[in-house]
Design a protein around this ligand. Structure first.
Ligand code: TRP
Length: 364
């Protein structure tokens, strides 16, 4: 299965996942309590605009629909491909601030870290027995990440990188998550989770399946490009952090790449950098990229950047104000949010691991 898809040509697998996702949206709207979302981020830095528009806003939407949301701050995943995890306590705090500022409500959603939930990690052992090394080596995301780390001159694929789709299966299945919002490029991950659930049931719970196979929720989301015209990512250093100041935001868009055509038009294929600015501006000012292009037209990229800056500064104002408020609430507040999330995750993980050991005949 190919996972690299251009916007115009979804593979059959992606098209099927999109169709199923539209159906799921209806089911979720009708019965939000029937779903539990698990998703998360690796804490490699503060979150940026690409995170917000790509995933974080969607999680808040699901939470506000009444779906129970579990957010994993995947600290063990940081060391899949690097030797130095950086200042994790500081980074985890920044990610937590971004979540809460974006609208994640700790009274309704559970935020927790990998390393604080031993029983979740222990599920990795039985789960690893259910997949072959060849299946892991074929995983397109593992392959892509291994190639990226090789290109950056880092050491070869670590055992943790090779097995991280199975670790993600543990992340999802420990809490019986049945809905995983993913980008179309992440579908293969979920396939491994579904395979693990299915094989576990076949081997140890044939009479009464124990793990449900979770569904992917492929929601239309914005892919945001960075100031260099490549997909926004922390590791490329091309990102606009949510916590940036208004001046930093203005400077960011001022240096964003454009092209040599003066008149602004919305042509995503031919003019990706301009299209990206138009989409961001349109998103925050509640219009369409086409309408925004018409509005700017001959005034050119300078005018477009000024409008986008204004829209983003205005659009992020409440989030940034809330973030500052939370940051000054004192260190106990954030620590308590995480402690409560970790406690809840541990309670659930302990129960699941106990069930799993029972089913495997390992209760002594
Ligand atoms: N891999 C995700 C990221 O890079 C984070 C993550 C960890 C995750 N476990 C997960 C996402 C389980 C979805 C499901 O940000």
């Amino acid at each position: 299965m190919s996972v690299i898809t251009s916007p115009g040509a979804p593979t059959p697998a992606v098209a099927a996942a999109r169709e199923r996702s539209a159906e799921l949206e209806h089911l979720v709207a009708r019965n939000p309590a029937g779903y539990r979302v698990l998703t998360g981020d690796r804490p490699t830095g503060a979150l940026h605009l690409g995170h917000l528009l790509g995933t974080v806003a969607n999680r808040v939407r699901l939470q506000n629909l009444g779906v129970e949301v579990f957010l994993i701050v995947a600290d063990y995943q940081v060391i899949t491909d690097r030797d130095d995890a950086g200042d994790l306590p500081a980074t985890v705090r920044e990610v937590l601030l971004d979540y809460l500022a974006a609208g994640v409500d700790p009274a309704r959603s559970t935020v927790f870290t990998h390393s604080a939930v031993p029983a979740l990690n222990q599920l990795l052992l039985p789960f690893l027995s259910l997949v072959s090394v060849a299946e892991l080596e074929r995983n397109p995301t593992v392959k892509a990440e291994a190639e990226a780390s090789a290109a950056q001159g880092r050491r070869g694929t670590s055992g943790l990188l090779l097995t991280y789709p199975v670790h993600q299966a543990a992340d999802i299945l420990f809490c019986h998550g049945n809905l995983v919002p993913v980008g179309a490029d992440q579908l293969p991950h979920l396939e491994i989770t579904r395979t693990v659930a299915r094989r576990f049931n076949q081997r140890y719970a044939a009479a009464r399946p124990y793990f449900a196979e979770p569904d992917a929720l492929v929601t239309p989301s914005l892919t945001v490009l960075g100031d260099d015209g490549v997909k926004m990512s922390k590791s490329r250093g091309n990102a606009l952090e949510l916590r940036a100041s208004e001046d930093q935001t203005a400077a960011y868009f001022k240096r964003a790449r454009t092209d040599a055509d003066r008149t602004i038009t919305y042509e995503p294929e031919r003019r990706p950098e301009i299209a990206n600015l138009l989409r961001i501006g349109a998103h925050f000012s509640g219009t369409s990229p086409e309408a925004l292009a018409d509005e700017v037209g001959p005034a050119g990229a300078g005018r477009l950047k000024a409008l986008v800056t204004e829209a983003v500064v205005e659009g992020l104002r409440p989030l940034r104000a809330r973030r500052r408020e939370l940051a000054s609430a004192g260190p106990r507040y954030l620590a308590d949010v995480l402690a409560r999330g970790n406690a809840r995750a541990n309670e659930i993980a302990d129960r699941t691991l106990d069930d799993v050991r029972g089913l495997m005949g390992m209760r002594y």
